[in-house]
Design a protein around this ligand. Structure first.
Ligand code: CMC
Length: 436
């Protein structure tokens, strides 16, 4: 970290001595004030629930400029990565810091491909779930269970273990998501086929049956690959911070990633794509485009608890660049499938137009996020709605691992241990139960 010549000075109105705090400059983005010595020197903590003004780490992986609507992985704009690279190249970039050369790519793809199969015992583990279990409940269990199957890659402090765990997780997530799906519909699991691309293989494991050959459609495979790329990392969001915090205790990588899967499930985070599609379906059932005004009225009513899902973001105060790419993919996929008149897509575009002109959304800088269109794309591809978040988890796994590895490799890394402002009871004596 580069210290700045500028220092922040903290002073108190009660006459307590003031304190100089070092300031660090990032390569881009806001400077940070280093408060690590604050408690030792003043006996005071800072208070920032929801991390509105707190950088929890330094990182070289992903940068977001929320006002500009810019997303960079290792310095490369997401638009360039989504159009020039595939998902596994993006994984390599996130994990190792640079885009691969052709031979590095070939070697990496081979390594990932050779780990796509899961231990055969996993299917018996899966059998313990109810058939109607939510895929994210299943995925939380399956990913955590990997630590019970791969004992040679569970030492988070061993770089070789971390490397093999990374490859295994990236390779096996599509297999696990497809298995979770096949289990819910009662079809046989389809083993990975290693001459297919990462996304093509996933689609085959999802949609093939042993009775017929399945040839993935190139346009749909490209769309799937783009969904993966757009979701690969997003700096210190809730699930990534969960993975870092969980991993900071020294737990194994599979357990830390399982914690990320659990966090991602929530509707304010990864569950938003499912919630968004359900919302579009509800509006469609209410009467479609004609009912948008009524729905927007409910969203604006603070007592209704209704949100426009797929809109708004903690960091983006402009159009989420991923949403633009996803809207483009949506067009491509619907055209390929002859669904250009898809009523939900029309509804989504109309809803977006109306919301972007509405004072409520304009004043709060609420723009569509990636989830606004990703549900429509996935539904068109044939992915069932409850599986959307599991696909997000599959794609985000590489980001979680890259961030976890970065944390463990950081000489300043410590177990994450937030402090609190205690506002409960002061010390008091226990009254024996008979006297209460
Ligand atoms: N619909 C209606 N009002 C909204 C929405 C929305 N989607 N999002 C924010 N607001 C309002 C909110 O009520 C508040 O209004 P007021 O100032 O009058 O109280 C204001 O905008 C600021 O909202 P906030 O809740 O303080 O913002 P936040 O940064 O804490 O929340 C968010 C960010 C993503 C949780 C929120 O925008 C949201 O719940 N959006 C819908 C869910 C969604 O699409 N999530 C996906 C995020 S992108 C994928 C991912 O990274 O996981």
């Amino acid at each position: 970290m580069t210290p700045s010549d500028v220092k922040a000075t903290l002073s108190f109105s009660d006459g307590s001595p003031q304190m100089d705090l070092p300031l660090y400059k990032g390569t881009i983005g806001p400077d940070v004030i280093d408060i690590r010595k604050l408690y030792a020197q003043t006996g005071k903590f800072t208070y920032d629930p929801g991390f509105l003004s707190t950088a929890s780490c330094n990182s070289t992986i992903t940068y977001i400029d929320g006002d500009k609507g810019e997303l960079l992985y290792r310095g490369y704009p997401i638009e360039q990565l989504a159009t020039n690279c595939d998902y596994l190249e993006t994984c390599y970039l996130l994990l190792y810091g640079e885009l691969p050369s052709p031979s590095q790519k070939e070697e990496f793809v081979n390594r990932v491909t050779n780990h796509t199969m899961v231990n055969e015992q996993m299917q018996f583990f899966l059998r313990g779930f109810r058939r109607d279990a939510h895929p994210m409940a299943v995925m939380t269990g399956l990913v955590g269970a990997l630590s019970a199957f791969y004992h040679d890659s569970t030492d988070i402090n061993n770089p070789e273990h971390r490397e093999i765990a990374a490859i295994r997780l990236i390779a096996k997530m599509p297999t696990l998501v497809a298995m979770a799906y096949k289990y819910t519909i009662g079809q046989p699991y389809i083993y990975p086929k290693n001459d297919l691309s990462y996304a093509g293989n996933f689609m085959r494991m999802m949609f093939a049956t042993p009775c017929e050959e399945y040839k993935p459609n190139d346009v749909l495979v490209r769309a799937m690959d783009r969904i993966f790329t757009l979701h690969a990392d997003h700096e210190q969001n809730a699930s990534t911070s969960t993975v870092r915090l969980c991993g900071s205790s020294g737990t194994n990588p599979f357990a830390a990633i399982a914690a990320g899967v659990a966090c991602l499930w929530g509707p304010a985070h990864g569950g938003a794509n499912e919630a968004c599609l359900n919302m579009l379906n509800d509006i469609q059932q209410m009467g479609g485009v004609a009912k948008i005004g009524e729905f927007i009225k409910q969203v604006k009513d603070k007592n209704s608890n209704v949100k426009l899902m797929g809109f708004g973001h903690r960091v983006y105060k402009n159009y989420d660049p991923r949403a633009k790419l996803m809207r483009e993919t949506c067009h491509e996929v619907l055209n390929e499938l002859g669904l250009h008149d898809d009523p939900l897509f029309k509804l989504a575009m109309e809803l977006e137009k109306i919301a972007l002109e509405d004072e409520y959304f304009v004043a709060r800088k609420l723009y569509p996020n990636v989830d606004f269109y990703s549900g429509i794309v996935q539904r068109a591809i044939g992915i069932p709605v409850p599986l959307f978040t599991a696909i997000f988890a599959l794609a985000r796994t590489v980001g979680w691992i890259a961030q976890l590895n970065e944390m463990i490799g950081d000489p300043e890394y410590k177990i994450g241990r937030p402090r609190q402002l205690f506002v409960g009871a002061t010390p008091r004596n226990v009254t024996p139960i008979a006297q209460r």
